[in-house]
Unconditional design. Structure first.
Lengths: 170, 302
């Protein structure tokens, strides 16, 4: 008789190890996309939130989570979307910020504080700043507010002259 | 069930039947969200209102994507694609909300059962079922006119969404709260282009002014509420577009002033033809591009 003495995996730990499809150096938990993992009557319920309304990776995230939990021995998984409160880059963990920087992507600064009233116009050049993730210089400039994915802007370092991506504050 | 690859997991999530080829993804956008309609709110009204806001975003996204491969610089092409994608995401959530309360128009007569509601609404409604305003439907014109239109349309939408964050419909409120953050980026991006072009060379200024002169008359119907919007405003679900006029006028005037452009005469309010699904001839061509492939191959999967 064979007895399986392995400790049953914690579904929270399994879900927390799933990485982002477009930023594979960070997990969905690092990004704050993973909102909750709990077990309800034998079903693992996972809550995720989209970064942007049009985020095309939500389907893949959902499938990645289901896949990882199935492989860990949880056959019943229910991945739910949470829209409110809206995701903000402030939800990215310190560990997530460190991993982004190591991968050459400048992490976001503090997100603008939402107001109840009208959103003020920002007509000047963006006031965002970001240190170069390659050489550490703070002498960088924004090339474009929009990058290869919805969540990133393009910047260039004036010191080492390398271009880099920046997760923009939202 | 132990799938070996994510693709198998994706396939499994859809019962192993493959996915309809023209959809936006494998997941349902409102999966797991409580879509209960607030007490006393008419389902048909709520659904039609979601179509109005969703169609504004869908049609504007389609117009913007016409710049792909033709934008003046690569970074701008990426920016336009990103803005269109955000708007498409908003449209998807709003059309899914309309579907969740049973507002599907005649789309279900043409779309097969396996096609999600929001895709049926996007691909299988005819022109006389779309409820966007003329502001988003008009052809792009040149790049200056495109940016002026984007500025005007996102300014109106941002003002409406900022107020909708307090809607009694929790789904609409959540979509609006998320959309506000995105629309602020879109509006400011367009506004900076208007500054560059208006206060740029003689040629860029001439084109920006011509763009403003072409876009301003399209604002005639955006501040006019339909009876449906008034009913839902009374129910604290919707926003009366007349309430955003002062804010829109103030923002657009500030941008054009700083761009050294002349603010064109504000048009007199006109009946909300677009909201009543009365559109110009240009819509047929736009929908032909958007819907043609899906309608020719409605059963295609991948």
């Amino acid at each position: 008789m064979v007895t399986d003495v392995r400790r049953a995996p914690d579904p929270r730990e399994v879900a927390a190890r799933v990485t982002d499809p477009e930023l594979p150096m960070v997990t969905l938990a690092d990004l704050g996309v993973l909102r909750d993992v709990r077990v309800e009557e034998g079903v693992v319920v996972v809550e995720i939130t989209p970064t942007y309304s049009g985020c095309p990776a939500m389907g893949t995230m959902r499938a990645d989570l289901v896949h990882a939990l199935h492989r860990a021995g949880f056959p019943d998984v229910d991945v739910r979307t949470v829209l409110s409160p809206a995701w903000s880059t402030d939800r990215i963990s310190d560990e997530g910020r460190r991993k982004l920087a190591v991968a050459g992507i400048a992490p976001p600064g503090r997100a603008p504080v939402p107001t109840d009233g009208p959103v003020p116009l920002q007509l000047g050049p963006s006031r965002r700043t970001a240190d170069c993730p390659l050489c550490g210089s703070s002498d960088t400039e924004e090339l474009s507010e929009f990058g290869a994915t919805a969540c990133k802007a393009l910047r260039r370092c004036r010191s080492c002259r390398e271009p880099f991506e920046h997760v923009k504050e939202i | 069930m132990h799938e070996e690859t994510v693709y198998e997991a994706l396939d499994h999530a859809h019962g192993g039947e493959g996915h309809w080829a023209f959809g936006t993804g494998f997941d349902e956008p409102l999966a797991g969200i409580d879509t209960t309609v607030p007490e006393g709110v008419d389902h048909a009204d709520l659904g039609e209102y979601c179509l109005m806001l969703g169609d504004d975003a869908l049609v504007l996204a389609q117009r913007l994507t016409q710049w792909i491969t033709a934008a003046p610089e690569l970074e701008e092409e990426v920016a336009i694609a990103n803005i269109a994608l955000d708007l498409l995401g908003q449209a998807r959530l709003l059309l899914a909300r309309a579907g969740s309360v049973g507002v599907l128009g005649r789309s279900r007569e043409k779309a097969t059962d396996s096609i999600p509601d929001e895709d049926a609404l996007a691909y299988f409604r005819d022109a006389d079922e779309f409820r966007h305003t003329a502001l988003v439907e008009a052809p792009n014109g040149d790049f200056a006119q495109t940016m002026i239109r984007l500025l005007a349309a996102t300014t109106v939408r941002l003002a409406v969404f900022a107020r909708l964050r307090g809607s009694r419909d929790p789904v609409l409120a959540a979509i609006a709260a998320k959309g506000v953050n995105e629309l602020a980026y879109h509006r400011d991006h367009a506004a900076r282009w208007v500054l560059r072009l208006g206060d740029g060379t003689a040629e860029s200024s001439r084109r920006a002014q011509a763009g403003a002169d072409a876009v301003w008359p399209l604002l005639a119907e955006v501040f006019t509420a339909t009876d449906l919007e008034l009913r839902l405003t009374d129910a604290a679900v919707a926003v009366d577009p007349a309430d955003v006029r002062d804010e829109v006028v103030s923002v657009l005037t500030e941008v054009l002033d700083r761009a050294t452009l002349q603010v064109p005469a504000w048009p007199a309010d006109a009946p909300p033809r677009g909201r009543r699904a009365e559109h110009g001839a240009e819509l047929a061509e736009l929908l032909g591009t958007l819907q043609g492939l899906a309608r020719q191959h409605p059963a295609a999967t991948w």
